[in-house]
Ligand binder design. Structure first.
Ligand code: SF4
Length: 350
């Protein structure tokens, strides 16, 4: 069974207008050289999420950083010797990096880059909700603030959420899940767990439409359909593969299909095309051009990251992530549970 929390407690999130960085070739090269010199001088490593611009992803790889999902970004930063971590992504990613790397300086390219899931789930509403359901194990998605992670028993990523919830269900535990309702329903369906769901959503994934997707599938019957589980249930039902960003990239690389329809932020296409050159990557339809779509398959907060701002941050030192130590210590416990679970899974599979 699953149940939902009354919608009225969920803040309405207004996504910012989409403003993407446009650079000439000469500007791009000059900025990259300036940034590389600043990074060397400050012993910095760049961690870029798959949804950021191709320029940032390329720069991260050219300078020995990483392009990945939020958890791998934090893990990579932890293992790397650099004393400064620069995060190209959104606020919860910077916080996760700082939670796992308290001894390092963590900088965000734009400290105002948010996530609708994080904004949908403010700690001041979420903590009393948890307190009202003491019989439930609190499982939160990584797209949450440090304060929400600190209240949770477990933090999970989309790649491991179903496995952890199934494990808890088999131990007889009932779940309180936050913040993404679509991912929560998907996890409930595949795990069979008793889950009470917070009603948050991602502005990007919620815009994918099943009817339009069926039309595109009819025009490309050979294409495999890859869907991130933050998408609506009707879209997930049409998928050949449902998975995290990393799992969807792996699917493009390993499946024999020559074409793919992808329902997630189109920033990921840069890595998919580099991973599987020659394969056709098509964007799953959203509510469409000229309609009320606020994201149209690209996150407006991720688009706030760019090379110009990165140079400014390194020159001015703005955007440093700071977390109250008591909050950090609690948050690291719930993240560590997931990391230990994932490590045990890998050992079992070996
Ligand atoms: S794409 Fe969605 S889940 Fe990811 S950062 Fe943007 S709003 Fe958050």
């Amino acid at each position: 069974m699953s149940a939902s929390y009354p919608l009225m407690r969920i803040p309405v999130v207004q996504a910012p207008p989409m403003v993407e960085e446009h650079l000439s070739g000469a500007e791009r090269e000059a900025l990259k050289e300036r940034i590389k010199a600043l990074m060397r001088a400050q012993d910095a490593v760049l961690l870029a999420h798959y949804y950021t611009s191709a320029d940032l992803q390329d720069l991260a790889e050219e300078t020995g950083g990483c392009v990945s999902d939020s958890l791998e970004m934090a893990r990579f930063g932890h293992a790397h010797a650099a004393r400064t971590i620069v995060v190209a992504g959104v606020r919860f990613m910077g916080e996760t990096a700082k939670i796992l790397n308290p001894e390092k300086r963590v900088l965000m390219i734009d400290a105002a880059a948010e996530c609708s899931l994080d904004l949908n789930c403010p700690a001041e509403s979420f903590i009393p909700f948890c307190d009202a359901h003491p019989d439930r194990t609190v499982v939160v998605y990584s797209n949450t603030s440090a304060a929400v992670k600190a209240r949770a028993d477990w933090v999970v990523t989309s790649g491991i959420a179903a496995k952890i919830v199934r494990h808890l269900h088999e131990r007889g535990e009932k779940i309180l899940w936050a913040p993404d309702r679509h991912l929560g329903r998907y996890v409930q369906r595949v795990s069979g767990a008793d889950m009470l769901l917070w009603e948050g959503s991602c502005v990007v994934h919620e815009a994918f439409r099943a009817d339009a997707l069926k039309d595109l599938m009819a025009r490309h019957p050979e294409a495999a359909v890859l869907v991130h589980p933050e998408s609506p249930e009707a879209v997930i039902e049409l998928a050949d593969v449902v998975g995290s960003t990393t799992q969807l990239i792996d699917a493009v690389r390993t499946l024999p299909n020559r074409s793919f329809i992808v329902a997630t932020d189109n920033g990921i296409f840069h890595k998919m095309r580099a991973t599987a050159p020659g394969k056709l990557i098509l964007e799953a339809p959203t509510v469409g051009e000229g309609a009320t779509c606020t994201s149209c398959a690209h996150c407006p907060w991720m688009a706030m990251n760019g090379l110009r701002k990165l140079a400014q941050v390194l020159e001015g030192g703005a955007g440093e992530v700071r977390i109250d130590e008591a909050v950090r210590v609690k948050a690291v416990r719930s993240i560590t549970r997931m990391l230990d679970f994932a490590a045990a899974e890998r050992r079992r599979a070996a």
